[in-house]
Design a protein around this ligand. Structure first.
Ligand code: FS2
Ligand code: SF4
Length: 541
């Protein structure tokens, strides 16, 4: 196996087993799945040029890409099923093209687009071994940007999947997904072609985050500032981890009146801010911290636990029998709920002891763009009066590395006349600290999940409009932390929008070569984080 797609990768690439827990068979099957997706895209892209498309093929691209995101699917047999389906859809896509064109394709067909035998899992693993991420026939810088493109696609595929679960999809996302993946098979394309495609991928991620924002806010209303209980309410309990709001809503409906309370975990925390979800009085609080602490924290959760998206880790034996996954999330020997019937999860929660009443601290969430821009006059007046000197967007993923203490220190050391906007699970590094307020405006504003980067962009654009300046000239700095591929997608969006001077940590991606890094530094002045003191000094001058 070789995988270097996430921040915690071992010494430039995981080769024996993933630091995430991914086994070599899983990694190799994921390689074969991505290889087959490229082949499907080759035909689907050509078919679209002839005016033909297919919903099953389009939607499968999202499933396939999202499945290979870090901490989503660890079950070899489940990934093998997807590879078999990919083999069928490869044939379907080829037929789609041939029918639309009225004749078979006469150009040269890349290996990925040729039919393959959907055999046993062992046979699929053997195929995957030939189609790994490492490819020494490709120039390393081209390969680097190709991987950036693919990881960005994996990121937006997750967001497009959440939107589709609510019922919204956008054909432009599918068209570009085929175009991007097909491009990775085109040997005539050079470095700057892939740089252009990566920037375009950032645009498609923006389109996708906007779609997801529409899906979420049309269904549940715009988030409003909401206190979230971090202690426990007496009663039976289910913990929901992940990003998918629709799944949480269904569970809330099915637990209503059963005496089972529902808690959020990790990236589900911002769900409390949505009027359509907070109306359920048995959505009682948030349990635990960021994803990487789950094995330690879930042991003491006396109820059922369900993951609806990443980030699942190897479950400890102490809670494995009360753990469930939903949708694309899979762990071997952990029960997966494939549809919308959560009765097994609810039954499990009812058999378990549940919590005693032990209320604790409350923290605020729900500062999406609608809420923040609702008090824009107050914010702008505070900036003009010199009460707010600077805004920091301290956002992104959390992870286990000790270097991530930087983000806690940065937030703690940010001067009292600065406001911190945050999003995604990196906020758990500082969201229980008391930052106070500036004239009634809280100094820490939780915008939401990682996909709510869309909201952060809306806020930045509105502020730039109010101050009649470019976003890059605002008193706003982006201090980002990355872990998995959604962060890559968001970074590409920010670069597509021309955002400069981003500070990125805790370490730079292993898949970025020195030349590609130089390109990013020269064109976007993106740089690694240093120390909280140094970076604050440099930003605030
Ligand atoms: Fe955190 Fe994991 Fe949100 Fe990432 S809970 S690292 O999926 O997308 O963020
Ligand atoms: Fe390693 Fe990350 Fe790949 Fe897991 S996803 S195998 S930790 S690089």
């Amino acid at each position: 196996m070789f995988c270097y797609q996430c921040e915690q990768t071992a010494n430039g690439g995981c080769t024996k087993i993933g630091v995430c827990g991914k086994q070599p068979d899983v990694s190799t099957l994921q390689d074969q799945l991505v290889f087959a997706l490229k082949g499907i895209a080759f035909w689907a892209n050509l078919a679209r040029e002839k005016g033909a498309k297919d919903q099953e093929i389009d939607r499968f691209m999202l499933d396939g890409l999202f499945t290979t995101v870090t901490n989503v699917d660890f079950d070899a047999e489940e990934i093998a099923k997807l590879v078999r389906k990919a083999a069928t859809l490869l044939d379907k896509a080829r037929t789609l093209y041939t029918t639309a064109a009225g004749a078979p394709y006469t150009g040269s067909i890349p290996e990925a687009a040729l039919p393959f035998t959907a055999g046993s899992t062992a046979e699929l693993i053997a195929l995957g071994e030939k189609h790994g991420v490492k490819d020494e026939t490709i120039d390393p810088d081209v390969k680097s940007v190709q991987e950036i493109l693919i990881y960005g696609m994996k990121g937006y595929a997750a967001y497009a999947h959440h939107a589709l679960v609510i019922g919204l999809e956008n054909d432009e996302i599918y068209a570009y997904t085929h175009k991007f993946l097909a491009a990775t098979l085109d040997k005539s394309l050079g470095l700057m072609d892939f740089v252009g495609l990566a920037m375009e991928c950032g645009r498609i991620n923006l389109v996708t985050m906007e779609l997801l924002n529409k899906a979420n806010t049309d269904s549940y209303g715009h988030p409003v500032p909401t206190p979230v209980q971090l202690g426990t309410k007496a009663g039976k309990a289910i913990l929901v981890s992940g990003h998918d709001l629709r799944m949480l809503e269904e569970l809330l409906k099915q637990t209503e009146g059963t005496g089972v309370n529902v808690y959020t975990h990790g990236e589900m925390l911002p769900a409390h801010g949505y009027p359509g979800l907070k109306k359920y009085s048995h959505l009682v609080g948030n349990f635990g911290g960021a994803w990487q602490d789950q094995a330690k924290e879930f042991t003491s959760f006396p109820g059922a636990i369900i993951f609806n998206t990443n980030c699942i880790q190897r479950p400890a034996e102490s809670y494995k029998d009360r753990l469930f996954t939903w949708g694309l999330v899979q762990w071997p020997d952990v029960k997966n709920i494939a549809g919308w019937d959560f009765s097994t999860v609810i039954k499990k929660a009812q058999e378990l002891p549940g919590f005693k009443e032990n209320l604790g601290q409350e923290i605020l969430t729900g500062f999406g763009h609608n809420a923040v821009l609702g008090v824009a006059d107050k914010v702008i007046a505070a900036v003009k009066a010199g009460q707010i000197r600077h805004f920091f967007l301290v956002g992104g993923c959390d992870g286990a590395k000790s270097g991530r203490n930087y983000y806690t220190e940065f937030a703690e050391k940010a001067p009292k006349d600065t406001v911190i906007l945050t999003l995604a699970c990196g906020k758990y590094r500082f969201n229980k600290l008391d930052f106070g307020d500036i004239g009634g405006i809280p100094r820490l504003l939780d915008i939401g999940q990682c996909n709510d980067a869309y909201s952060a962009i809306q806020i930045a654009v509105a502020l730039a409009g109010a101050f009649e300046c470019d976003v890059n000239d605002l008193p706003l700095s982006m201090i980002l932390s990355w872990y998995e591929q959604k962060a890559v997608a968001i970074l590409l969006t920010l670069l597509h929008l021309g955002i400069k001077n981003i500070k990125l940590g805790p370490t730079l991606p292993a898949f970025i070569t020195p030349n590609v890094l130089n390109f990013l530094v020269e064109n976007f002045n993106i740089g690694p984080i240093t120390t909280a003191e140094e970076d604050l000094k440099q930003i605030l001058g």
